[in-house]
Design a protein around this ligand. Structure first.
Ligand code: MYR
Length: 174
């Protein structure tokens, strides 16, 4: 099959499997960062990730309504654990997310070809990237390949796979 066919069929980003009725609660809990894609080498979109060995995220309801608390534990290549925190703002009737304090940034959710993964597209003034997350630390190779295909069809050909050679950092109380 030619590239056009691949991109029309398998490679198209789709939000079809995003369950809007349960949104956002079906995404609560723990996630692992698997891969990221951007336009090309030197793209600032991937800069933040090049010194990471692995990252674990946790999503939960915030105390305020229509807000999600996103916490991360980043394991840097040098072994240190870096905690990070963001707040997502949820708009009724949409699965697009805004990041508190980053009004230019929009995060869109897309389906992944395996059941327990999700693709995020982050766009802001400087950045356009696709991010792949999974409920478990490893994803079947085929899902990662499909992610690469989807990225390539969105003209994002630079792929960064998280090395995941070190242990995951702990969340307090786990
Ligand atoms: C960043 O590094 O710029 C932020 C990364 C966001 C990570 C989100 C990981 C979990 C994705 C689950 C879907 C969330 C939908 C409410």
């Amino acid at each position: 099959v030619d590239l056009f066919t691949v991109c029309e069929e398998a490679g198209k980003l789709s939000a079809g499997e995003i369950n809007r009725l349960e949104f956002p609660s079906q995404y609560f809990g723990s996630w692992y960062f698997i891969a990221a894609a951007a336009a090309g080498p030197g793209d600032p979109s991937l800069e933040a990730f090049t010194s990471m060995d692995n990252t674990r995220f946790r999503i939960q309801e915030d105390l305020q309504p229509n807000r999600l608390l996103l916490t991360a534990r980043i394991r840097a290549n040098n072994g240190s654990c870096m905690p990070r925190e963001w707040i997502y703002l949820v708009t009724e009737g949409s699965t697009d997310l805004q990041t508190k304090g980053r009004t230019d940034r929009i995060t869109e959710l897309f389906s992944c070809t395996c059941p327990d993964c999700i693709i995020l597209q982050e766009t802001d003034l400087k950045v356009k990237r696709l991010l792949l997350y999974s409920r478990s630390p490893q994803l079947p190779e085929a899902c990662v390949e499909d992610f690469k295909k989807a990225a390539s069809c969105s003209r994002l050909k630079e792929i960064l796979l998280l090395p995941q050679t070190q242990e995951y950092c702990e969340f307090q109380g786990n």
